[in-house]
Design a protein. Structure first.
Length: 272
């Protein structure tokens, strides 16, 4: 697990470079979701550049698509495209590396970022696998602020109804969104109970930035039969950068040169 945790911090370093270089992106949510993406792409999912057109590959949807910068860094590290190109061109004029995932980029299964749609799209992919007799799994990552969108609950209802045990939904529960704390904007404290009510097997990961806990949760999800699984990952917004952690203002913040240098120093100290 140490290797996975180290890789997650290396990807955080790439995210900081990408966001600083572009003066764009959603750095707080990027840093909270990096460990989830790292575990999925480097330990759990059956995906690779060589398999991106194979029908038996696992499917992934980043429903919280505003954190595309983190996904691009992970996909680049995985070898789907030139990572340095993505870091250099993110959110620049005419670039394919735009602020939300799009299918022009290798490794992206679906355009996303219109919040609340990822679970429903995942249901479609998981149901297609069942109908076609395929064994691939579908993974969806959703933000906790995004759970205020009612369309999520239609998808959850369908997933439970069809007993889609090949579907795993992860909630990146960092308790903050662009307008403040989720407890004040739209309280999400009862998400476990909500998923259970719709027929999901629920796994709470109390440190969703710990790769070991995440691997254990995804192993349990893959082994569970008869129901879809929801992994509720309790994460820290801005994880890894002291002045960003648990600060809603870094949902969409731009670093000064001094802040950038400080962030790089903090990450490199962890990576050393």
């Amino acid at each position: 697990m140490e290797c996975l945790q180290k890789k997650a911090y290396e990807i955080r370093r790439d995210v900081i470079e990408m966001v600083h270089n572009s003066s764009a992106g959603h750095v707080g949510g990027d840093l909270s979701v990096v460990d989830i993406l790292t575990v999925l792409y480097f330990k759990v999912m059956n995906v690779s550049p060589e398999k991106q057109h194979c029908t038996d590959r696992d499917r992934f949807i980043l429903s919280k698509g505003h954190c595309a910068d983190a996904l691009y860094c992970v996909l680049g590290e995985k070898g789907f495209f030139d990572k340095d190109e993505a870091i250099r061109l993110f959110s620049t004029y005419g670039s394919r590396y735009i602020g939300h995932p799009n299918i022009e980029i290798p490794g992206i299964e679906i355009n996303s970022g219109s919040l609340g749609h990822g679970i429903s799209a995942g249901v479609g992919m998981a149901l297609a696998a069942k109908m076609d007799g395929k064994t691939y799994r579908t993974y969806v990552v959703v933000g906790d602020g995004e759970m205020a969108e009612g369309s999520n609950y239609e998808g959850m209802m369908a997933a439970g109804h069809y007993k889609l045990d090949n579907l795993c939904v992860t909630i990146d529960l960092n308790r903050l969104q662009i307008s403040g704390a989720t407890s004040e904007v739209m309280c999400s404290d009862s998400l476990s109970e909500k998923f259970k009510a719709f027929g999901f097997h629920v796994i709470d990961v109390w440190d969703g930035n710990d790769c070991g806990q995440l691997v254990k949760a995804y192993d349990e999800a893959a082994a569970y039969k008869g129901r879809p699984t929801a992994v509720i990952a309790h994460t820290v917004k801005g994880k890894g950068i002291s002045f960003m952690e648990n600060e809603a203002s870094w949902h969409h913040g731009v670093m000064s040169e001094e802040q950038y240098s400080r962030a790089v120093k903090e990450l490199e100290e962890v990576m050393a």
